[in-house]
Design a protein around this ligand. Structure first.
Ligand SMILES: [Mn+2]
Length: 315
């Protein structure tokens, strides 16, 4: 457990393909109030200025929708995360869509440019697309590409116009360091819904992916040990990103932008997050992609995220 947490709410949902994840943050806070949880009440917090108003106008950037707005979001998230870290506090970022995490990592790298940064990505997806390979143009599928500076031009499918190319370079440059992490310093947990362009990068860079099956075969404890003692042993600091779509959509709910079945169990994620929050190398956590508008079971995804967080945060 970290005792110096500073909450950062990023209600931007401009990287997502479907609207509603901005409300995910308030669904979580509402649930906490209802359950009598005092964590959010008692923890210092600040909010990023979202730019969700731009979503009423169609984007000019077909293969990186609203990337012009996202650059500002990345910059503000970057500066906020950096300031929290410089005060020796622990940023807990609760974000609408997962594009946010590129800004979070930029902020970590801005605060610690000399440190080797590892990433633990708990997600159904690999988030490795670029505007050149994305099937949708939704930037929440691209944050790792911004972090490792990977365009994957070998699989160039999309006809990306010059202005989008310029904005994409700007997005990757936020925080002033490029790349922000090495692909070999990324560990996936729960990734099970990828495209062939991403599979190529996973193989090319040798990114280790603990799918739900592999996690169960190895066991949670052994997996955690392998991550800490082997895979990320040479990293100085570690960022953990928890996309709620890593959870099994049949067991939990469809309350997230891109729900995927056959995912992680709630008990597994509880144990994983609790273990990482007690690891001194872990310096920031992000929780993202709760979308109550898509939830088939009321507010189940926000309730579940609260249950996981409460468990992980209490020592
Ligand atoms: Mn994601």
């Amino acid at each position: 457990m970290k005792n110096n947490i500073n909450l950062i709410y990023n209600r931007s949902e401009i990287g997502a393909g479907t609207r509603g994840s901005s409300i995910g943050i308030d669904a979580l806070l509402m649930e906490a109030t209802k359950k009598g949880s005092t964590f959010f009440r008692d923890t210092p917090s600040q909010a990023i200025n979202d730019k969700n108003h731009i979503l009423t106008v169609p984007s000019n950037h077909k293969w990186a929708k609203h990337i012009d707005g996202l650059i500002g979001i990345y910059e503000e998230v970057c500066d906020t995360v950096c300031q929290v870290l410089q005060k020796e506090n622990f940023p807990l970022i609760i974000s609408g869509d997962h594009a946010s995490s590129g800004g979070s990592v930029a902020g970590i790298k801005k605060a610690f440019p000399e440190k080797r940064l590892g990433l633990i990505w708990i997600d159904a997806h690999a988030d490795l697309h670029s505007p050149y390979t994305s099937p949708s143009g939704n930037v929440h599928g691209m944050p790792i590409a911004t972090i490792i500076n990977e365009d994957n031009l070998k699989f160039e499918l999309d006809d990306v116009d010059e202005s989008t190319k310029i904005e994409w370079e700007k997005l990757k440059n936020v925080g002033g360091v490029k790349p922000k992490a090495l692909p070999t310093d990324i560990v996936f947990i729960g990734v099970r819904d990828t495209e062939k362009e991403e599979d190529y990068l996973i193989e090319k860079h040798g990114i280790v992916n603990f799918t739900p099956e592999i996690l169960r075969e190895k066991g949670v404890e052994a997996t955690l040990l392998e991550i800490k003692e082997e895979l990320l042993a040479d990293c100085d600091i570690v960022y953990v990103s928890f996309d709620v779509d890593s959870l099994d959509s049949n067991i939990v709910s469809t309350g997230t932008g891109t729900p995927v079945e056959n995912g992680l169990f709630v008990e597994e994620v509880k144990k994983i997050l609790k273990a990482f929050l007690s690891w001194n190398k872990v310096i920031a956590l992000e929780v993202t992609e709760i979308n109550p508008l898509l939830d088939n079971k009321g507010n189940k995804m926000a309730e579940t995220a609260l249950e996981i967080l409460e468990f992980a945060l209490n020592s």
